[in-house]
Design a protein around this ligand. Structure first.
Ligand code: SME
Length: 155
């Protein structure tokens, strides 16, 4: 896919996502539909959400939420893996080659590159959107910019 094709797909995706979430306030339903829409439109390997949840002692961790693709690990601690790093840094993390990211959590041996985008609620990270590709160097600033706009629709 050329950069121009990617940009066009994301533009359309953003429009469809806006219409899809319009009038629905349930977070899980919206995450499920967003994961499916992004996954199907862009042809990624794994697309899904990890949600920040407190355990019975009040300690927070990321817990697997709605996703599309093969089964995945269920819990990720703050600062661990790409997801925990994005949560801790409160910013999008683009990983061109997962083997070169120290601490990367390999849920699937097929995953070669990854992007994780934080979802904010009242200035706190409430979840992350995690996307894996079977190819190296899939994600760049275009993905980051559109995916950040798309997850804002969850508010
Ligand atoms: N690779 C992620 C773990 C989640 S799976 O990719 C679905 C990470 O390092 O945080």
């Amino acid at each position: 896919m050329t950069e121009l094709e990617k940009e066009q797909k994301y533009k359309q995706l953003l429009k469809e996502a806006t219409a899809l979430l319009d009038g629905e306030s349930d977070m899980i339903a919206n995450m499920a539909n967003l994961a499916a829409l992004i996954h199907e439109t862009m042809g990624f390997w794994w697309t899904g959400f990890y949600i920040v949840r407190a355990d019975k002692d009040g300690a927070e961790q990321l817990v697997l939420g709605p996703f599309q693709g093969p089964i995945a690990c269920t819990r990720i601690a703050l600062g661990r893996g790409v997801c925990g790093t994005s949560w801790q840094r409160r910013e999008t993390v683009v990983v061109p080659d997962v083997e070169k990211f120290p601490g990367h959590i390999a849920c699937s041996s097929q995953s070669r590159s990854e992007i994780v985008v934080p979802v904010f609620k009242a200035d706190k990270v409430s979840a992350v959107l995690d996307i894996d590709s079977r190819y190296l160097d899939t994600f760049n600033e275009t993905d980051a910019s559109y995916l950040e706009q798309i997850v804002k629709l969850l508010n």
